[in-house]
Design a protein around this ligand. Structure first.
Ligand SMILES: C[S@@+](CC[C@H](N)C(=O)[O-])C[C@H]1O[C@@H](n2cnc3c(N)ncnc32)[C@H](O)[C@@H]1O
Length: 339
């Protein structure tokens, strides 16, 4: 076994632990980043790798920014753990090897490569897909460095919102999102790929929920100082969006397309008249069920940061209704209005 694989194996053991021991976890993530940078001879000064690709369905972030995602400690840990759990479930359901599509690998195929130290190449086969040619070049280096050739059936440079496979997959994973599903094409990618999963196959993340909420900035300051729990800082108004295998299929038939924009069903929520005036920031909260009990909750990483929409003056009067609608375009995100 080469030294790179040995080191990756040790890091992966830490990432797959059920508890979050922050000192140990931070060290493992730092080591993983350094290992990826060194085996790929990643050239952080090359201006090409800073360039995002702008699609009609959202922004594909450039290889440098995609590489830096590894540093989001809980994001990386939860996604790798969730993928691990999803693969185990797929191995019980289907005959090996499990066909996995990883859409949006970035330059390191960060979420998949560590798991080559845990599963055998008889158990899992990956198709790696990214739109960025530079990322694809680096992915090829990563595969060589960790002698993972037998795990990878195909490496595709292409758009995951249009990609078509000859064979369906047992599991599909994609992390092409920001908080409140804004800017990046997670929704379009999921809608295109879900029909390419076998019946009873697995989508990761399994479910993404966006809720509208009222945030209390004073209580949020107390949360930051460790004086209160996050649940006390906001008042949930209601769920406005869910992205999973079922909704991804439904959206394809229920959306209305006008020009370059696809309009999702509008959601109207009643405004609570008894909420105190301190809860004055209208925001969107994102919860990601990566797989089963592996969940990324509010504030755990950038994908779960509350997205602030507007300040409300609740001292004199309160609105009656709020409306939200997800729009798919070159800048995906929510449109909202006060009724
Ligand atoms: C947020 S990064 C994630 C990188 C890596 N998977 C990780 O989790 O650390 C998203 C990656 O998805 C790719 N991507 C975004 N939109 C895409 C699309 N429509 N088709 C293929 N790749 C896409 C970007 O090029 C980028 O490499």
């Amino acid at each position: 076994m080469n030294e790179n694989i040995r080191e990756l194996e040790e890091i992966t053991k830490v990432l797959l632990k059920s508890e979050d021991n922050f000192g140990e976890l931070k060290q493992a993530i730092d080591d993983l980043e350094q290992l990826f940078l060194s085996v790929t001879e990643f050239d952080v000064h090359n201006p090409e790798i800073r360039e995002d690709i702008h699609l009609s369905t959202g922004k594909a972030i450039g290889p440098l920014w995609a590489a830096m995602c590894v540093k989001e400690i809980l994001r990386t840990k939860r996604f790798i753990s969730g993928l691990y759990q999803g693969i185990r479930a797929a191995l019980e359901r289907f005959t090996s090897p499990i066909r996995i599509l990883y859409a949006g690998t970035g330059p390191f195929a960060t979420l998949a490569i560590p798991l080559t130290t845990v599963f055998s190449s008889e158990e899992i086969h990956f198709t790696f897909l990214d739109i960025n040619p530079k990322s694809i070049q680096y992915v090829k280096k990563i595969i060589r460095a960790f002698a993972a050739e037998e795990y990878v059936t195909q490496i595709v440079q292409g758009d995951a919102t249009e990609f078509r496979s000859d064979q369906p997959f047992h599991l599909i994973i994609t992390e092409t999102m920001q908080n409140a599903l804004q800017k990046e094409p997670q929704v379009s990618i999921t809608m295109n790929l879900v029909p390419q999963i076998v019946p009873d196959g697995i989508l990761i993340p399994q479910n993404i929920i966006v809720e509208a909420a009222l945030l209390n900035p004073k209580k949020n300051d107390e949360r930051i100082m460790g004086l209160t729990d996050s649940e006390n800082c906001y008042h949930i108004l209601g769920e406005i969006f869910e992205l999973n295998k079922n909704t991804a299929r439904q959206f394809s038939s229920s959306n209305i397309n006008i020009g370059e924009t696809s309009y999702f069903p509008e959601v109207v929520l009643a405004f609570p008249q008894d909420v105190s005036a301190g809860f004055r920031q209208l925001c969107l909260l994102t919860t990601i069920q990566v797989y089963d009990e592996v969940i990324l909750n509010h504030w755990q990483c950038s994908l779960n940061l509350p997205m602030k929409l507007m300040e409300l003056d609740l001292h004199n009067s309160k609105p009656n209704w709020l409306s939200f609608q997800y729009l798919l375009s070159a800048k995906p995100g929510f449109k909202y209005s006060i009724l």
